[in-house]
Write a protein that binds this ligand. Structure first.
Ligand code: DGJ
Length: 337
């Protein structure tokens, strides 16, 4: 326990320090200021990752303070190494599409590529200021970096839907994960052939969790989420199942509960398969509700062993995308990198 607290204190100190602008790190520094190719802080909160044609595309909420306060923005970044990200633009700059009034909400965008239609389909949580609408919004583009055109909003499977997540299985089938408060649980639902709607329920997991994420690793499905404490962190949990339709085990903590997921909340699980290893990356947000634009990212390779999912203490790490091997380094002052 003492060791955990010391490591965690080092982590807290660590993420209060920004990387120098001229540094070209090879590692990912969980919790540190993460800058794009322009030297600007990456705005991809509550995001999702699409792996397409050899590159990774990260989309997320763009909370830049100078954005038009009447609009909501989604930004896109691309990378070939998961460390260095090139800004590809604000792919969606949306005016209140359903007349929801000021303080309307666009959160947790997730991007899919449909191999049949060739279209890129962007899902997001769409809501009013009081989070009563509880719908998904859908926008489409012929190009990955947009611009995206808003198409519609709806309640998937006629259920209230707030936090959303995405999952692509090994056979390419695409799923939306969404939290539904009245049913006290979350759904995993397959998208229709054109990805423009949610076709069928695959699983309903009776656990009131948000920030839902799923990964298929070594023959088991892992579903992960956070408890519902608004922007405040809590101990995120996971369950496993032999099939996406279940049966799911009870939920267990991904890290010592007193660590509160190292101040982060789950957003996505990314599987990277290389020639020597398959790694699962936990991607979460360290929210700063008063200054959302300055919210940080906590990405760490998960340790998965025999059905047990563990999020290690945050520390700089790197991944070799060819081999799939991740290396966690001892925590260090990032200004020395
Ligand atoms: C928790 C959700 O996970 C976030 O995306 C955001 O909706 C906050 N709640 C708002 O309180």
């Amino acid at each position: 326990m003492k060791k955990l607290l010391v490591s965690f204190a080092a982590f807290l100190l660590f993420f209060s320090i920004a990387l120098p602008a001229n540094a070209a790190p090879k590692q990912i520094f969980p919790g540190a200021v993460w800058k794009d190719n322009r030297g600007q802080q990456i705005q991809a909160h509550g995001g999702g990752i699409l792996h397409w044609k050899g590159a990774y595309y990260w989309v997320g909420e763009d909370r830049t303070p100078s954005n038009d306060p009447e609009k909501r923005y989604v930004s896109c970044y691309s990378s070939k190494d998961l460390v260095h990200w090139t800004f590809r633009g604000q792919i969606l700059a949306l005016s209140d599409p359903e007349h929801l009034g000021s303080h309307w909400v666009l959160e947790r965008p997730k991007l899919f590529h449909n191999p049949r239609t060739g279209k890129f389909v962007l899902y997001f949580h769409l809501d009013d200021a009081r989070y009563k609408l509880a719908r998904v919004g859908v926008a489409v583009s012929d190009r990955i970096a947009g611009p995206y055109a808003y198409v519609k909003s709806f309640r998937p499977l006629d259920q209230e839907s707030r936090d959303i997540g995405q999952f692509i299985d090994d056979d390419g089938s695409a799923y939306l994960i969404f939290e539904s408060r009245p049913t006290h649980g979350f759904f995993i639902a397959q998208l229709s052939d054109d990805y423009m709607s949610v076709e069928k329920q695959v699983s309903f997991i009776r656990a009131p969790l948000e920030g839902g994420a799923v990964v298929h690793y070594n023959g088991l499905y892992y579903a992960l989420g956070s408890h519902m404490t608004g922007w405040r962190p809590n101990p995120n949990v996971y369950a496993t199942a032999p099939s996406l339709s279940g049966p799911w085990t009870e939920f267990k903590d991904i890290a010592p509960p007193e660590a509160n997921t190292y101040q982060a909340q789950s957003a996505m699980l990314l599987k990277v398969t290389g020639s020597k290893a398959t790694s699962v990356l936990f991607m979460g947000d360290i929210w700063k509700p008063g200054t959302l634009w300055d919210s940080r990212y906590l990405w760490m390779p998960a340790q998965i062993d025999n059905g047990e999912f563990h999020l290690p203490v945050p520390s700089p790490w790197l991944i070799n995308l060819k081999s799939g091997i991740t290396t966690i380094e001892p925590a260090a002052n990032p200004s020395q990198q």
